[in-house]
Structure formats: structure tokens, C-alpha cells
Design a protein around this ligand. Structure first.
Ligand SMILES: [Zn+2]
Ligand SMILES: [Zn+2]
Length: 149
């Protein structure tokens, strides 16, 4: 009899594929990746296994308001950078540290157990190719008043 934590071959392949990339794919993209090795897998199976893997702490689920969920095979604590134009997500290099928790604990009295932080802006490609135009569009999108800039 299989234990509930036994990893099926499908789930193992999903995990391997996700850990092999740094692109933080959404479920549909994971589906396209694993289909090369599992031609008969269904999108529903991929969705379900991604949820199980994230419940088990094997992968991270990145939730972006109003957008598709994205998945991350890197479970070490790290931050993300998200491009507002192409929705690319990169990892902040691990040598960059932010020490919020200790000082916030003192300032608020909360026993802080963690934090989430996402940096947004334009990725190198987007800012190089259409930086000026896009940053204006994004500013109006974010409803930044010109007087604040
Ligand atoms: Zn971009
Ligand atoms: Zn990441």
C-alpha cells in the first residue's frame, strides 16, 4: 500500500522540471514542460500535483493579485523581482539581505515569523527596449500622481 507522502512518478517529474528552471512558470507552462516527458498527462493532474507539492513545502507558490499563480522550485528564503511589462519573475540574488524582522518585532510587538516582499519594475530587456515609454505607461497604470514623482 502506498503512503500518502509517496511521490508518484508524475509528481517527481513535475518537481524535477520545476527545479531545473528559474523562470517561475505558471501551471500551464509547467504543463508544457512536463508534457515532453509525459505526453499523456492532463492539465488537471499538473494543477493538482503543483498544489500538493506546494502544500508539502517542496515548491513555492507565488500569488500575484489578479494574476495566474506562478511556481518556484527554489524553496530557500528569497525575494522576487517582477517586471510590470512582461511579467517575468527573477530571484533577488541571495547575498542581498534585508533585516526587517528583528526591528519590526521591536517596533510593533508582533512575534514575526516571516515576511513576503516583491520588487516590481521593468526587467533589463523591457527597460532597455522601451524603458521610457513603458515606465510612463506603468506610472499611469499605478495611478502615481505626477506631483509625487
Ligand atoms: Zn520585462
Ligand atoms: Zn524564486
Amino acid at each position: 500500500m502506498s503512503s500518502p507522502l509517496r511521490m508518484t512518478r508524475q509528481r517527481q517529474i513535475i518537481l524535477q522540471e520545476l527545479r531545473a528552471v528559474k523562470t517561475h512558470p505558471c501551471a500551464d507552462e509547467v504543463y508544457e514542460m512536463v508534457r515532453k516527458r509525459l505526453p499523456h498527462i492532463s492539465l488537471g493532474t499538473v494543477y493538482r500535483n503543483l498544489e500538493v507539492l506546494s502544500d508539502q513545502g517542496e515548491i513555492l507558490k507565488i500569488e500575484i493579485t489578479g494574476k495566474l499563480k506562478r511556481f518556484d522550485g527554489n524553496t530557500r528564503p528569497h525575494y522576487h523581482l517582477r517586471c510590470l511589462n512582461c511579467q517575468r519573475i527573477d530571484d533577488v540574488p541571495e547575498h542581498i539581505h534585508f533585516n526587517f524582522d528583528a526591528s519590526l518585532n521591536i517596533a510593533t510587538g508582533y512575534a514575526i515569523t516571516g515576511h513576503r516582499l516583491e520588487f516590481v519594475g521593468l526587467c533589463p530587456e523591457c527597460s532597455e527596449h522601451h524603458g521610457q515609454r513603458l515606465s510612463l505607461k506603468i506610472q499611469s497604470h499605478l495611478d502615481v500622481r505626477p506631483s509625487d514623482v
